[in-house]
Design a protein around this ligand. Structure first.
Ligand SMILES: NC(=O)c1ccc[n+]([C@@H]2O[C@H](COP(=O)([O-])OP(=O)(O)OC[C@H]3O[C@@H](n4cnc5c(N)ncnc54)[C@H](OP(=O)(O)O)[C@@H]3O)[C@@H](O)[C@H]2O)c1
Length: 244
């Protein structure tokens, strides 16, 4: 496919930043979406440009429908019609048992981690042609359920897996592929947001490969699923979990 144009949501740091940088090396023009950290998003764009790629940053809260509409219109205008989407945004809130979770917290998790994926998929498939692809970033938590930490987050990722399966079947005949990745314990700042910056070190002994993963290792799986090398893969979600 010529003129590959990718939007990566939540790309100012972590897995999203690694994915944006990798896709740029593979010839994609990349929109780096972020919510708050303009400096970090601009650094991702500068990194891509310094390595000969094309990128542009755009601030939007992707859980807000009107901001998603503006984001996709911006991509249309500045880069061209989107061909590839990575729904990567995801948040955790401080570790808690379900008995202590209120509806405000649960709804924030669901709108950020699930509603955003639905409305970004909708905006993308309205524009996409045959040969386009979407990757939804889920989590190993969808399988574990994350008891005593964040069942709300785990359940949001279960919903992402179901979205991936259902949408892949709706658009398969149009030649649009929809897949997912389930990262395991990956070294990013998300764990500090959950209240435990050292979480990966604590949990690494439980991982068959005995270590946490790097954002770049998840980015490789995302890039493969987006690529024509995965042209007969749809409705699949790949575990990137070191065997856990
Ligand atoms: N790290 C792990 O161990 C792990 C494991 C399994 C799954 N995952 C999943 O992988 C994905 C990326 O995780 P990560 O660890 O790389 O996260 P991260 O380091 O916390 O980065 C989150 C990114 O999302 C952006 N963001 C948050 N809310 C947003 C919103 N409403 N609108 C737009 N952007 C928003 C942040 O932007 P600003 O900083 O600019 O606000 C940031 O760029 C998430 O879906 C996560 O659930 C991660």
């Amino acid at each position: 496919m010529q003129n590959k144009i990718a939007l990566v949501t939540g790309a100012s740091r972590g897995i999203g930043a690694a994915t944006g940088k990798l896709l740029a090396t593979q010839g994609y023009a990349v929109c780096v979406n972020y919510q708050y950290n303009k400096t970090a998003a601009d650094e991702v764009v500068q990194h891509i440009k310094a390595h000969g790629g094309q990128a542009i940053a755009y601030q939007a809260d992707v859980s807000c429908e009107s901001q998603v509409i503006d984001l996709f219109n911006f991509v249309d205008t500045e880069l061209g019609t989107i061909t590839h989407l990575v729904n990567n945004v995801g948040i955790l809130l401080p570790q808690s048992k379900l008995i202590d979770m209120d509806a405000q917290r649960i709804n924030l998790i669901l709108t950020t981690n699930v509603t955003s994926y639905f409305i970004c998929c909708r905006a993308a498939i309205k524009r996409m042609q045959s040969g386009s692809a979407i990757v939804n970033v889920s989590s190993g938590a969808a399988r574990s359920g994350s008891p005593n930490e964040y069942i709300d987050y785990a359940a949001s990722k279960g919903a992402v897996d179901t979205l991936t399966k259902g949408l892949s079947l709706e658009v398969a005949a149009q030649g649009i592929r929809v897949n997912g990745v389930r990262p395991g314990f990956i070294h990013t700042d998300i764990h500090a947001d959950g209240g435990e910056p050292g979480r990966i070190a604590r949990l690494s002994p439980q991982v068959p490969m005995q270590r946490g993963g790097k954002p770049e290792e998840v980015a490789e799986a995302i890039a493969w699923l987006l690529s024509d090398a995965a042209s007969y893969v749809t409705g699949s979600t790949i575990d990137v979990t070191g065997g856990k």
